[in-house]
Design a protein around this ligand. Structure first.
Ligand code: AMP
Length: 280
């Protein structure tokens, strides 16, 4: 595996790979890798000859009071995991390689970037689409793989890619979970033992909503309200949202007539967890 830290070095390696006619798949990450990330890498290996994984904790997607400075950084562990997965290139750029003119978001994520997570993390998705656009420019992949775990992010990246990189295929992959159902996440490292036990309740709440919707036991809005109360009762410190939205458009739904998604974000102590599942 090539470990690449400068964009010039990356350009050379990518040019050489392309000259040989290789298909390139790209998996952007912020590191602190887990099996969820590795499932994206495995998919990348299935669909391409060359797999590029980036590790970059992107400052522009964190708010001033968020966890940018304490976000887990475990570079050696990450590199070992990627080597084991036979990744071709690990790209660990410096801030300067991504933001030579200072770290700011220079494109907007647009419609539906201010709902759900965007309502609670102003500017977050502008930072996300900005960094992914810059990475796409540098890596120029044929395909890029993202997780459904960050469902709104995937939706906004698809739209950004359609606009700026219509030839890049975007693949969304299902969420990998721990045995009890908790979605794997780099932020799970923050959880105390006690919090870890409570954390799974997000998944449980979503499963209960799904079942009650199947049984037509309650309305969408009643179940959204129920989930918030349930999570607070289980020990979450706050619930940013528990919503049911159209799976394609992310618009609000009141009846499940087409594929929909239950999406939840809640704080456990200082750790903010998000998750979603499909319904309908
Ligand atoms: P992150 O490092 O959190 O920015 O995530 C990098 C990529 O991994 C994103 O496309 C995420 O959606 C994806 N991802 C994160 N957690 C999981 C998971 N549990 N299962 C599958 N993909 C995931």
């Amino acid at each position: 595996m090539k470990i690449i830290r400068k964009k010039e070095q990356l350009r050379e390696a990518i040019e050489a790979a392309k000259k040989k006619g290789n298909i390139i798949a790209f998996v952007p990450t912020m590191g602190a890798l887990h099996k969820g990330h590795l499932s994206l890498v495995k998919k990348a290996r299935e669909v391409a000859d060359i797999v590029v994984v980036s590790i970059f904790v992107n400052p522009t997607q964190f708010g001033p009071k968020e966890d940018f400075s304490k976000y887990p950084r475990v570079e050696n562990e990450d590199i070992n995991m990627l080597e084991n997965e036979k990744v071709s290139m690990a790209y660990l750029p410096t801030n300067d390689d991504i933001y030579p003119n200072g770290a700011h978001a220079d494109i907007e994520a647009g419609k539906n970037s201010d709902i759900l997570c965007g309502a609670f993390r102003p500017g977050h998705f502008d930072g996300v689409v900005t960094v992914v656009k810059k990475l796409f420019e540098q890596v120029s992949p044929d395909v890029a793989i993202f997780g459904e775990k960050d469902y709104q992010q995937l939706y906004l990246i698809r739209r950004m890619a359609q606009k700026y990189f219509p030839s890049i295929g975007i693949i969304g992959m299902p969420t990998l979970r721990e045995v009890d159902g908790l979605a794997m996440s780099s932020r799970n490292r923050y959880l105390s033992e006690k919090e870890r036990v409570i954390a799974v309740e997000i998944f449980r709440a979503m499963e209960i909503i799904k079942q009650r919707l199947d049984e037509k036991d309650a309305s969408v809005t009643d179940l959204e309200d129920w989930a918030k109360d349930y999570l607070l009762e289980k020990g979450f410190s706050s619930v940013d949202y528990a919503e049911i939205r159209d799976a394609e458009t992310l618009e609000k739904v009141f009846d499940i007539v087409s594929p929909a998604r239950i999406l939840v974000a809640a704080k456990l102590g200082r750790t903010r967890l998000i998750d979603n599942i499909s319904i309908g």
